[in-house]
Design a protein around this ligand. Structure first.
Ligand SMILES: Nc1ncnc2c1ncn2[C@@H]1O[C@H](COP(=O)(O)OP(=O)(O)O)[C@@H](O)[C@H]1O
Ligand SMILES: [Mg+2]
Length: 482
């Protein structure tokens, strides 16, 4: 039965843990997916932006190049042929004229360089970059395509995201567009004769840097958001972990407590029934020994002490059995408004002969303004008696026993204080004296103070001890009113 319940409990705690583990798992994997997603997204966005940039730039370059070829043909080729009979760019005048026409046509446009290749051989006849003029074989596949009449372009780029880091090589990107340089006919229509190839170079570095920066900032922003999420999540997870741990711990503690109290309850019942069974025969033995003692007086004089030993020891046994019963019996309080001074008064009257015999001086200081306290008279009597008996037992060579009652207005507590000048206790010992069966007396049960504590607890009161080894001990019971 107990086992089944335990299994059910385990299953319940597992079930309460499971959803949380799932949440944890989903959060972490969600973060990973989010990271991947942003990386892919930033790549798609920047690639798309680059594609659009290239398409636009290429279209722009075609327009510029077409216009340029027209201008060059109209303003340079025609006039030069008319004037010189043929074109020879080695002639500085012709070169200057062409240069002026090109620079005019591209002025204010975002063009980095213009180069004109010859059609018969792969040689640069003209370039705004003067160093390139006259070089052979520089026109690649694009040049050859343009010679067949096809417009085309090529991008030369270096650098990536990493080149944005300080100290790295800057990103560069050039778009070179090649178009055939055709003769125009009289009606301004393009003819079939291709005289050369015009290359227009645009510098796209700035735009590419801007796009790459955008890509970087998308990644950076999402990483920032993610780290923030991660920190928050980590915090929540850690907190939840702590709460779950604490709950598990509390649960274990409660279970242990339950087990312990179940065991104690069973043990208590056992002790109570055994003690009860012992009590009656013990009473019979005691009264029989009493009668026996009287008879021995006449039958075998001088042996009465044997019967007295039986009476004494059965009396002691009876005391022990009563302590066991007191400790084990479930307590039902019968609360009655009572004067705590009266409780002490009764016990002290009863103990007076014993005190005298042990040469113990009694000092009392009972508060006269003490209001009545609602308590179980029998139990509180028992508690005070146990404390007083301990004190008497602690002073076998005599001493002073002080009994005091005090009314503390501020805390609303009635204080019952018992002090002795006996052997006292170390701090370590003070930690044990209220646990059941702790005793250092030969004939002690170790239950006296455990009973006191039970009784005081059931009255919602507190009991404290103040002692130093060799300097006596003071026990204080504080009881609330009401
Ligand atoms: N007034 C006191 N002075 C010194 N030691 C004390 C005093 N009262 C109790 N003790 C210590 O506490 C122990 C437990 O007391 P108690 O529970 O009454 O059991 P018992 O009296 O059977 O030993 C005693 O054995 C003793 O060592
Ligand atoms: Mg005792």
């Amino acid at each position: 039965m107990v086992k089944i319940r335990k299994m059910e409990d385990d299953a319940a705690s597992l079930a309460s843990l499971k959803p949380f583990r799932l949440v944890k798992f989903f959060s972490y994997s969600g973060l990973a997916v989010f990271l991947l997603f942003t990386l892919v997204l930033s790549w798609i966005i920047s690639n798309h932006a680059k594609k659009v940039l290239l398409e636009r730039s290429e279209a722009y370059a075609f327009v510029v190049a077409e216009n340029l070829s027209h201008q060059v043909f109209q303003q340079f080729v025609l006039p030069t042929v008319v004037r010189y009979g043929k074109i020879a760019l080695r002639n500085p005048e012709q070169f200057a004229r062409l240069d002026a026409v090109v620079r005019n046509a591209t002025h204010g446009m975002r063009i980095q360089a213009v180069t004109i290749f010859d059609s018969k051989e792969n040689i640069i006849s003209y370039s705004t970059v003067t160093a390139r003029i006259g070089r052979v074989g520089e026109g690649g596949i694009e040049y050859r395509k343009a010679l067949t009449g096809e417009n085309n372009s090529v991008v030369r780029s270096t650098g990536s995201l990493l080149n944005l880091l300080p100290g790295a090589r800057p990103i560069s990107s050039q778009l070179s567009t090649f178009i055939p340089f055709r003769q125009y006919q009289a009606n301004n229509q393009k003819g079939d004769v291709i005289m050369g190839v015009i290359e227009v170079v645009q510098d796209l570095s700035e735009d590419v840097v801007a796009i790459t920066k955008l890509q970087g900032s998308i990644i950076l922003t999402s990483m920032l958001i993610m780290s923030a999420l991660f920190v928050v999540l980590g915090f929540i997870v850690a907190r939840a972990d702590r709460i779950i741990d604490a709950r598990a711990e509390e649960r274990r503690r409660l279970e242990q407590q339950l087990n312990q109290s179940q065991r104690l309850a069973t043990l208590g019942k056992m002790v109570a029934s055994v003690s009860h069974e012992i009590k009656n025969p013990l009473g019979i033995v005691r009264s029989t020994a009493d009668i026996l003692g009287k008879r021995l007086k006449s039958v075998a004089p001088g042996n009465e002490h044997l019967a007295e030993i039986i009476v004494e020891e059965t009396g002691r046994l009876d005391g022990i059995v009563r302590e066991f019963l007191d400790f084990a019996r479930p307590q039902e309080l019968k609360m009655v408004p009572t004067s705590v001074n009266d409780i002490f008064g009764k016990i002290l009257t009863f103990m007076e002969p014993e005190l005298e015999r042990q040469k113990i001086v009694l000092k009392t200081s009972l508060a006269q303004d003490m209001p009545q306290v609602s308590l179980d008279q029998g139990l509180m009597h028992r508690a005070c008696l146990n404390i007083l008996m301990n004190s008497v037992q602690a002073m076998p060579e005599g001493g002073t026993l002080t009994v005091e009652t005090r009314y503390e207005k501020e805390t609303g507590m009635a204080l019952l204080v018992v002090s002795d000048t006996g052997g006292g206790m170390s701090l370590e010992k003070q930690g044990h004296i209220f646990t059941p069966f702790y005793t250092d007396k030969n004939r002690g049960t170790g239950l006296g103070l455990a009973i006191v504590k039970n009784i005081v607890d059931s009255h919602q009161g507190t009991i404290t001890v103040d002692s130093k080894e060799g300097e006596g001990a003071t026990f204080t019971i504080a009881l609330p009113f009401g």
